[in-house]
Design a protein around this ligand. Structure first.
Ligand code: AMP
Ligand code: ZN
Ligand code: FE
Ligand code: FE
Length: 282
């Protein structure tokens, strides 16, 4: 079934809001022809060991990564962090704080939905998340199961979309703090799906000054014009163009694993920028 491209630098497992266990996700990627995969679950590195083990079995190199969603007036700014260390305890403390905030926010949204006549049980939402970093996708699944929406995707357009009365915004990092956190822990930050940012031309140079290294250029829902725009921004600001499927395995969000072409020079370019930012040891 090798119908995908070899490099996928944006994927999600059940450790956050994807539908597959990390091992099964990597096996599926391998079957589709992926040889380098970043597991980039939201606010967690919990899936990395299982992904690496599956990668060793199936010949997929796993790049440990995470995706940090942020809260600001800049729209949906998500920062991918590559080459993160799952054994970094100080980093894990920060990620745990972000996950705790995710949990409280989903609890509040469940309360609101119940008060608004769309009852879902928090227990079911937690069951769907199966211990992974909680998010609206788990709530969307529960709402669909309870018959409140005709499909998983419809939940985001109606009941839990940003304009819906049950929507609760998250306490979290600003875009700058997300870039700083990744850099401070030896990672390489890239701006995910830039088309969701409001005021990209203004925000981007600021994030570059904070340490941004990449811009997600190759992305399933990017039009050719957007890809071209990102390539130009990358050239102007000295950024590495990155890309990936954003596969979740839930609803229509993202493409299938390896579904988006990412050029082979991308990973060496990210590695070079990582080496350049590490302290020199003699
Ligand atoms: P949250 O971080 O809890 O606000 O949830 C954001 C996540 O929900 C994203 O990472 C996507 O996986 C998913 N999502 C957001 N908007 C949509 C949408 N319109 N359709 C499907 N999934 C969505
Ligand atoms: Zn997601
Ligand atoms: Fe995202
Ligand atoms: Fe994502």
């Amino acid at each position: 079934m090798g119908a995908g491209y070899a490099i996928d630098l944006h994927t999600h497992s059940l450790r956050s809001d994807g539908a597959l266990e990390p091992g099964a996700l990597v096996e599926r990627a391998a079957a589709r022809g992926v040889t380098i995969q970043a597991l980039s679950d939201h606010d967690t590195l919990a899936g990395i060991p299982a992904a690496v083990a599956a990668g060793e079995r199936t010949g997929v190199r796993i790049i440990p990564a995470t995706e940090l969603n942020t809260e600001s007036e800049w729209g949906d700014v998500h920062i991918l962090g590559y080459f993160m260390d799952p054994a970094d305890i100080a980093l894990e403390e920060r990620l745990q704080w972000l996950r705790d905030n995710r949990g409280r926010r989903i609890e509040l949204m469940v309360e609101r939905l119940n008060a608004q006549g769309h009852p879902v049980s928090l227990e079911r939402v937690l069951e769907i998340a199966d211990g992974g970093a909680l998010g609206r996708p788990h709530l969307a699944q529960a709402l669909f199961e309870a018959g409140h929406v005709p499909s998983y995707d419809a939940a985001f357009e109606g009941l839990i979309g940003k304009d819906a009365p049950a929507y609760v915004s998250r306490v979290g990092l600003t875009p700058h703090e997300a870039v700083e956190l990744i850099v401070a822990h030896g990672g390489v930050p890239s701006l995910a799906h830039p088309f969701t940012v409001i005021g990209l031309d203004e925000l981007l140079p600021q994030l570059v000054a904070t340490g941004l290294v990449g811009i997600e250029t190759y992305y399933g829902s990017h039009s050719p014009a957007w890809t071209t725009r990102c390539l130009r921004l990358a050239a102007d600001h000295g950024l590495v163009p990155t890309g990936g499927s954003d596969f979740h395995g839930r609803g229509d969000h993202g493409t299938d694993l390896g579904g988006t072409f990412v050029p082979p020079e991308t990973v060496p370019a990210l590695e070079a920028r990582r080496r350049a930012s590490l302290p020199v040891t003699i």
